[in-house]
Design a protein around this ligand. Sequence first.
Ligand code: NI
Length: 182
Amino acid sequence: MPQRQIVRLGHPSLRVPAQPLAPAQIESAEIQALIDDMIEAMRQARGVGLAAPQVGEEVQLFVSDPLGGADPAAVRVVINPMLTPLSGELVYDWEGCLSIPGLRGLVPRHPAVRVQGLDRAGRPVDAVVEGFEARIVQHEHDHLNGVVFLDRMRDLRSLAFYEEWQRYMRSEDEPADEPTIG
Ligand code: NI
């Protein structure tokens, strides 16, 4: 099976709203293969999330894997997602994007969100996610609305190339080879 190519900023799929999937479409071989391909592409790119528009498919579907492949049970597939921010002040942290390779920037996100939608079997998803996973889910959900992390930055002065970020901006508690959000 050919590897799905992750598209980069400038590809039109990254800037249009994705279409919802009808429940009957979810079990189709085409969508099931798309999900498998997205998980594979996310792994290969060392990402912790990926949204369908990032492989050129304008449908409301994302995958997330906050543990970066360490536990297959941690992989989440969400179709037609709806996010509800829970509470708390916005938290700033570094993000990158597999469709904007090489850059990092500080992005404010809600510390916890409720995620509702459907899983790959068409069953309801209703989960509360926090911290890093909440950040991933908000980043991927944005991709389904044609929004990228650069649009969410409040101050573009924190934008940095990865090598310079590692050298000058990374705090000591952040791993040197931090995965890219997705
Ligand atoms: Ni991204």
